[in-house]
Design a protein. Sequence first.
Length: 100
Amino acid sequence: MDKAKAAAILADLKAGKSLRQSAKKAGVGASTVLDWVDKDAAFAERYARARETGYKLLADEIVDLSDAPIGGISSDGIAHARLQIDSRKWVLAKMLPKVY
């Protein structure tokens, strides 16, 4: 495991980025990161904390999307915002079911 790449991935996950986005940006595959999780208990713990933090930021995004002014937005824009909110709610319900 490349520690610099692992640290960069964890930072992105904490910021609410997806695993695929984070891994691609670091130049590794998402499956490689999941292998690191399986093989390294310390990394697995940091990974879990980073994911939880990222998911909490998704909850904040729901509030931001909901509170965004809608004046001048087309029905397509409103449908897109609704899809963004629903997608984040679904992810949170699946990943942190005891919380959401």
